[in-house]
Design a protein around this ligand. Structure first.
Ligand code: NAD
Ligand code: UDP
Ligand code: UDP
Length: 313
């Protein structure tokens, strides 16, 4: 029987790639999105596909459908967008998780939560391991996202303990690639769009903070492997690429690969911006037999190619 899979946030950056991958392996895909940060063009090529269906819906409201698996990705991911309406961000993470868990409980579907490295906050442990509980400000500008995602993890584990819901929790680290929103505000899309336009590259702080960037295809393969894993594999599981770069390194790479003559300008570091981030992916390697295979240069090359098409340079 064809698997019926619900992808919330399916018109977003990661969600649209996930829909592609699930359709390619023969699943029936129901994509749900309210287009807060998602784009029609991300799923335009899927409209008319016989196993694809789109539903415009906000997951903070109940949803009654019949499915076998749920990937819960709905939530703005860029700081600019999740801080635009912070109360809605918390509602999406918390009330959205309750609704999707209620749906999973009723249908006995497996459910995967797109959690985040932000649950570690500005970490004292480096690289971050799943057993680290994090260092998160509960009342700052990033809290709507960080605490919302932390509460969603709590809900997932309580639904498992209380109702035996089949859960999977992925802690996703910075992922980039084609179909990021050009005005998304995240560092990779910002730097590429700026470089291609010949506009100044906006480096926050001195650019010494670090991140570890994962190419989208690697991440999608991990999400599907986690969903397919044995029932005892609940996570939380770190998913990302452990190769760490400073943000200044990233700016230099983007300038080289685009051949841009953009200058670097410095802007203040946003509040609570984590100083360092790098996943320890030992558990994902062991449990999923997975590791990322795309390096930054190759991944940036493909992403730059996409943005050239979008911004027309
Ligand atoms: P994105 O903003 O491109 O996608 C999020 C999607 O969710 C959008 O299409 C948006 O319209 C939709 N959405 C938001 N609120 C909704 C609601 N209430 N109801 C229905 N749809 C809603 O971001 P992304 O990078 O694709 O992230 C997808 C998920 O992965 C998010 O949950 C995010 O927190 C998580 N994540 C992403 C990264 C990353 O680096 N890309 C890192 C960690 C976690
Ligand atoms: N829910 C949903 N779809 C379903 C089943 C439940 O959206 O198919 C929502 C429902 O509105 C409820 C939430 O999920 O608010 C949690 O459901 P649960 O059964 O856990 O709680 P209860 O309904 O007992 O409050
Ligand atoms: N950043 C930057 N310039 C930008 C956008 C982001 O220097 O135009 C920095 C930001 O301060 C952070 C890092 O790049 O240290 C990653 O930012 P992003 O918003 O992509 O993700 P997150 O902070 O959630 O990891």
């Amino acid at each position: 029987m064809t698997r019926k899979v619900l992808v919330t946030g399916g018109a977003g950056f990661l969600g649209s790639h996930l829909c592609d991958a699930l359709l390619a392996r023969g699943d029936d895909v129901l994509c749900v999105d309210n287009f807060f940060t998602g784009q029609r063009r991300n799923i335009a090529h899927l409209m008319g596909h016989e196993r694809f269906e789109f539903l415009r819906h906000d997951i903070t409201f109940p949803l009654y459908v019949e499915v076998d698996e749920i990937y819960n990705l709905a939530c703005p991911a860029s700081p600019v967008h999740y801080q635009f309406d912070p109360v809605q961000t918390t509602k999406t993470s918390v009330i959205g998780a309750i609704n999707m868990l209620g749906l999973a409980k009723r249908t006995k579907a497996k459910i995967l939560q797109a959690s985040t490295s932000e649950v570690y906050g500005d970490p004292e442990i480096h690289p971050q391991v799943e057993s680290y509980w994090g260092r998160v400000n509960p009342i700052g500008r990033r809290s709507c996202y960080d605490e919302g995602k932390r509460c969603a993890e709590t809900l997932f584990f309580d639904y498992r303990r209380q109702h035996n819901t089949r859960i999977k929790v992925a802690r996703i680290f910075n992922t980039y690639g084609p179909r990021m929103h050009p005005n998304d505000g995240r560092v990779v899309s910002n730097f590429i769009v700026q470089a291609l336009a010949g506009a100044p590259i906006t480096l926050y702080g001195e650019g010494r903070q670090t991140r570890s960037f994962c190419y989208v295809d690697d991440l999608i393969a991990a999400l599907i492997a986690l969903m397919d894993s044995g029932e005892d594999v609940t996570g939380p599981l770190n998913l990302g690429n452990p190769t760490e770069f400073t943000i200044a390194d990233l700016a230099a790479q983007v300038l080289t690969l685009t051949g841009s003559t953009s200058q670097i300008t410095y802007a203040p570091l946003p509040s609570d911006d984590p100083r360092q981030r790098k996943p320890d992916i030992t558990l994902a390697r062991q449990l999923l037999d997975w590791a990322p295979t795309t390096g930054l240069e190759a991944g940036l090359g493909r992403t730059i190619g996409y943005f050239r098409g979008v911004v027309g340079v």
